[in-house]
Design a protein around this ligand. Sequence first.
Ligand code: PRX
Length: 647
Amino acid sequence: MSENIEVLYSENRKFPPPEDFAAQSKVPKDIYEKATANPLECWANEARKLHWHKPFTEILDWSNPPFARWFHDGEINVTYNCLDRHVIAGNGDRVAFYWEGEPGDTRTVTYKELLSEVSQASNLLISLGVTEGDRVAIYMPAIPEAVVAMLACARIGAIHSVVFGGFSAESLKSRINDAEAKLVITADGTYRKGKVLPLKPIVDEAVAQTPSVEKVLVVRRAGNDIDWAAGRDLWWHEEISSMDTTHTAKGFPAEQPLYILYTSGTTGTPKGILHSTGGYLTQVSTTHRTVFDLKPDSDIFWCTADIGWVTGHSYVVYGPLANGTTQLLYEGTPDTPHQGRWWELIEKYGVTILYTAPTAIRTFMKLGRQIPAQFDLSSLRLLGSVGEPINPEAWLWYREVIGAGKTPIVDTWWQTETGAIMVSPIPALTDAKPGSAQIPFPGISIDVVDESGSTVGKNQGGLLVAREPWPSMLRGIWGNPERFKETYWSMFGDKYFAGDGAKFDEDGDIWLLGRVDDVLNVSGHRLSTTEIESSLVAHDFVAEAAVVGASDETTGQAVVAFVILKSRHEQKISEAESVHELKAHVAKQIGSLARPRDIHLVDELPKTRSGKIMRRLLRDVAEKRAIGDTTTLADADAIKRIDEKLN
Ligand code: PRX
C-alpha cells in the first residue's frame, strides 16, 4: 500500500462529489425524493424519453408474479431507439464507436454508418429466413460487427444469445441447443496477446452437434485459414454487400424478448436468462445516463467488458447507444503489446468515463503506478467498477492513480438477472465511500433480510433482496419457468433473492459481502462449483471432486478443486501429470476461465453423516485458515488429514 493510500484509508473518509463535478451535472437533485414518492411514475417518465411506435398506457402488470410485464401495451423497436432516432435528430455524424484492434488497426463508425450497416445486416438475416422470435447465437470478438449483429437481431425481433468467446465448443454447443438457435454468427478469429486466436474451429466443433443450426455467418477478422462447410457457411462481407442499406424498423410489443444470456447457477446446467425490450431499454438507458452522469455530446465512454457478458450487453450496446453515446471499443488484452495499452488508449481517444472490473484494477496495482503515470489520463472525469466487491485499497488506488485523486468512482452492483444497475452512488449527489455500492438506484427497492425475510439491523449480515419488480428484471429462464420461480422467488415468496450476502452500515449504505450460494466469482465472471465438479467427475481419472472458491489477491476468487483419483490411475501417472491433465480437461470442457488455479489430490473429502460434502471446511484449507466447526462431520479427522497433507 502506498503511503498516500494508507493515509486516505486510515481516515476512513467519505469523498463528497468535487464541487466542479456537482456543478456541471444535469442529474436532478430531487431524483431520490421523486422516485420514493412515486417510483412507477418515475419509471414511466424515463420510458417516455424513448421512442415508442405505440405509446403504453399501463406501466406495470404484476398480476401474475413473478412474471412481470412492463409497459406491455406499448410497442417499441430497440434498434430504432439506438440508431434511427439519433440520425433523425441530426446526430448521424456523431461517432458511435472508435474501435481499436489489438494489432493497432482502427475503425471509426458514426451513427449514420452504424444504421446503414445494421439495416444491411437486418435485410441479410431476413433473407436467411430469420424471423421474429427466432434465436441467433453470436460467438464473436469485440469487433463492430458483433454490435451490428446484436442490433440487427433486435431490429427484426429475433432473440440473440451471445456466448462469450472464451467458452469451449462444448459450452457453446449446449447453449446453442438449449436455445435451438437457427443461425450462428462468428468470426474466423481474433487477436489475443499478439497472436491469432481462431474462433471458427470452435464453432465447427460445436455445430457438428446442433441440429437446429442452418447457417453459420463468418466475419473475416484475423484472416486465419479455416475449414468451410459449403452450403452451411457464408462470409458476412460477401452476403452483406448486396443488401439494401435501408430497412424500416417496426414496433414490437414491449415484452418481445430481446436476448437470452447464459449464466452459471448452483446446478451443473447454465441458465438462459431472458430479457425483454421496453422495460430493459428504459432501465439501461436511465442508469447509464444517471450513474455515469452522461453528456452524450462530449463524453467518450469506455466500458471494458466483453459483449459476451451482461455488462457488454447493457453498457456497451443498449444503454450507451440508446443515449447516443460515443464509445471506445477495444478488441484485445490490456497488456499487449505493452502493459500500458489501456492508458495509452485513454490518452489517444480522450476517454472521459472508464467502467471496468476490480480484478483489472488489482492487476494494474500490482504492476505499479509508474505504468499509468507515463500517459496523460487527464480526460477522465468519472470511474466505474462492476462485477465483484471492490476492496477499499483498490478503490483508493483507482481514484488516486487513475483518477488523479479527484475523480468520482461509482461502484455498481447488479447481475445478469437484474439486467441493469440496481445499487450505486450517483456521482454528483453521493458522498462516495470506498468499498460500498451504497444506495439503491432511484425507483429500485432493495433490502437486506434474514432467512425469515425480516430486515436485519445495521452492520448485521443478511441476504440481499429486491422487494419490488424493476423494469429490466429477467422475465424468466429460457424454457424453464419452474427453475425461475424456484431459484429466485421460492426463498421468500414475494421478494427476489439475488444470491448475495450484504449489510447496511451505520449510514444505511449497502456493502456487498459476496455470494451465499455455490456460485464463484472469478475475475468478475460467474462460475458454478457444481458445473466444474461435474466436469471433473466426467474425467476418467476422477472418483470424486469438490470445488470451492478461495480468495485470490487478483481475481477475487480462484477455483480450487479437491479430487479423489480412481485408484487404478494413481499407479500409472504422476500427481503432477494428473493435475495438469485435469486442469486442461476443465478448460476444454467449460472454457479457460473455469480452469482451476489449484487441484489438490486427496484420499477423502469431509462429509456430513448424510454424505454432503462440507465445502466450507475445504475453503478453510484452501485459504490456509484455522478449520471451522467440524461437529457435523461423519469423520472429524478427515479434514485434519487433508489440512496436514496440504498446508
Ligand atoms: O455477486 C455479485 C457480483 O456479481 C454477481 C453477478 O454476476 P453477473 O451476473 O456475472 O454480472 C456481473 C456484472 C453485472 C452478483 O451476484 N457483483 C456484481 N457487481 C458487484 C458484485 N459484487 C459486489 N459489488 C459489485 N459492484
